[in-house]
Design a protein around this ligand. Sequence first.
Ligand code: AHR
Length: 325
Amino acid sequence: MRSTARRRTFLGLVLTATGLIAGCGKGGGAPGQDDGIVVGFSQIGAESAWRTANTASIKAEAARRGIELRFADAQQKQENQIQAIRSFIAQGVDVIAFSPVVETGWEPVLREAQAAGIPVVLSDRAVDVTDESLYVTFIGSDFVEEGRRAGRWLAEATGGQALIAELSGTPGSAPAIDRKQGFEEILSAHPGMKIVKSQSGDFTRAKGKEVMESFLKSPEGATLTALFAHNDDMALGAIQALEEAGIQPGKDVRIVSIDAVRGAFEAMVQGKLNCTVECNPLIGPQLFDAVEAIVAGQSVPKRVVTEEGVFEAATAAEVLPTRQY
Ligand code: AHR
C-alpha cells in the first residue's frame, strides 16, 4: 500500500487534535503499521437517524475487514469536507470515500486527489461534475425514484386530491434536488395535487418542527391536507408541531416521508405517519467491496444502486421488529 506512514501519523495526530479526524481500525496509522488498506472517509455529520446508521455501518464494516478507516465528521459543512479530503491526500491514503453534503463545488479538490493518484468513491450522494473520471464509482440510492415512490403513494392514498406541504432536505444536496424532482414528476399527472408550502428543514427533526410550525401559522396553514418530508426526522419533528397545534398527524394531514428508520415505524404504529419510503443507509459492505476491488486493480461499476422498498402504516407493527436501523 502507499507508504507514507510517518506522514499519516503526524497529520492524523494534528487532525485528531483539531477534532476533525478520528482514527479507527488498526492502530491509527502508527509507523510500521502500513501493510493494510487505509481509507479516508469524510462523513457529512450526524443530522439524522439515517446518518447515524450509515456511519455505524461504515465503521463496523471497515473494522470487520481489518481496513484502517480515517473518519472525519464535517458537521454539515462543505469546507470541512474539502479540508478533510485534502488531509487524506496529504496522508497518502489508499482510497478516499465521502458523502458530499451538496452536489456542486467539488472539482478542484477531486482534481487534487486525481493528481495524487488516489481513487475516490462517492458514498450515498452524488456530485455534479463535468468530468466523471474524477471519481471511480458512486454507491447509493436512486433519490429520484424515492421521490416518485412518495408521490405515487400519496396520489393513491388521496385519490389525487391534496394540498401539500413539502419539507425539503439540505439546499443543494442530491437527495433534496432529486426527491423533489421525482415527487413533482408524479404530481404533474395529478392536477388536484399541489405543493402549497415548501421550505428546507435541513434533514433535522428540530428544523422540521420549526418549519412546520411556520407553515401552520401561514395563510395556507389551515388548508393543508398532506405533508411530504424528504426524510423521516423532519416528518417526526412536523408531527410534533401538528399535535401541538391540535391537528391529528396521519389523519387530518396525511404524511409520507423517506428513509424508513425505526422512529418512522413507531410513528406509523401510532397512526401518526402514513408511509415511509426506504433509503438504505447500510452501505458499508458495498462501499468496502468497491474499495477492495479498486485496491486490487479490478474494475468496478460506475454506479451501484441500493435496493429499497416502501412501507405503509398497515404493516408497520409487523415489520418494526425486523428493522436494523
Ligand atoms: O443522503 C441521504 C439522506 O441524508 C437521508 O435521507 C437523510 O436522512 C440524511 O440526512
